[in-house]
Design a binder for this molecule. Structure first.
Ligand SMILES: Cc1cc2nc3c(=O)[nH]c(=O)nc-3n(C[C@H](O)[C@H](O)[C@H](O)COP(=O)(O)O)c2cc1C
Length: 187
C-alpha cells in the first residue's frame, strides 16, 4: 500500500483476533512511531508491549486502576468484564509520553509528540494489513496504573493501541476536506 492510500484509508478495527503482528510488522509499526514530530529531538516516548499471558495481569491491573480512578470498589460483574478487556486483541502497545525537562519544550508538546507517535503506529499497522484501535480510560491516569506498569512519575500514558487481525471490514466516514479547511483572509 502506498503512503497516501494508507493515510487516507486508515480506520479503527475494534474486532481483532489472532494472530497479532509478526516481529517484522511490529518492528515496522514502532519504527513509524519513532518518526513522530519531536521538538528538539527529545524522544519523549516509551512503548510497552503486552501480549500473551501478560494480558491477564494487565486486566487485573485495569480493575485495580479503575477502582482508584472511580475512588470506590467496582462490582464483581464489572470487574470480571474489565479484567477480560485486554483479551480483545492479541497484542497491546501502551504508548507513553516520557516527559523530559526542557526550557523550550513544554509538557504539552511532548504529549502531542507521543500522540503523533501513536497515530503513526496506527497508520503503519493499517499499511501492513494489521488491524488497530486506540483505546483509553480514566484508569490510565492513576498512580496504580503507573506503578503496575513500572512507569515513572513524569510519564503519561496517552493510549493503549490494540493490534491484531481484523475480523471485520469497516467503511470510512465521508468527511469532506472543504468542511474542515478554510482559507484565512489575512485581514
Ligand atoms: C486519545 C484517544 C482515545 C480514544 N479512546 C478510545 C476508547 O477508549 N475506546 C474506543 O472505543 N475508542 C477510543 N478512541 C477512538 C477510536 O480509537 C477511533 O479513532 C474511533 O472509534 C473512530 O474510528 P476511526 O479511527 O476508524 O475513524 C480514542 C481515540 C483517541 C484519539
Amino acid at each position: 500500500m502506498d503512503a497516501l492510500t494508507a493515510l487516507h484509508t486508515r480506520n479503527s478495527i475494534n474486532l481483532l483476533s489472532e494472530p497479532g503482528p509478526s516481529e517484522s510488522q511490529l518492528e515496522n509499526i514502532v519504527k513509524a512511531g519513532l518518526r513522530a514530530c519531536d521538538h528538539r529531538s527529545l524522544t519523549p516516548w516509551k512503548f510497552l508491549l503486552i501480549e500473551g499471558s501478560a494480558r491477564n495481569k494487565f486486566g487485573k491491573l485495569m480493575v485495580k486502576a479503575k477502582e482508584a480512578a472511580d475512588k470506590r470498589p467496582i462490582s464483581p460483574e464489572l470487574a470480571a468484564k474489565l479484567e477480560t478487556k485486554p483479551l480483545r486483541a492479541p497484542t497491546i502497545l501502551v504508548v507513553v509520553a516520557s516527559i523530559k525537562e526542557h526550557e523550550k519544550v513544554p509538557e504539552i508538546e511532548q504529549v502531542l509528540s507521543a500522540g503523533a507517535a501513536a497515530q503513526m503506529m496506527m497508520t503503519a499497522a493499517h499499511a501492513q494489513g494489521v488491524g488497530a484501535i486506540w483505546r483509553s480510560g480514566s484508569m490510565m491516569f492513576t498512580p496504580e496504573m503507573h506503578q503496575g506498569l513500572s512507569l515513572s512519575e513524569t510519564d503519561q500514558i496517552v493510549g493503549f493501541i490494540y493490534l491484531g487481525t481484523p475480523k471485520v471490514a469497516k467503511s470510512l466516514p465521508a468527511h469532506k476536506v472543504a468542511d474542515f479547511l478554510e482559507r484565512w483572509p489575512g485581514e
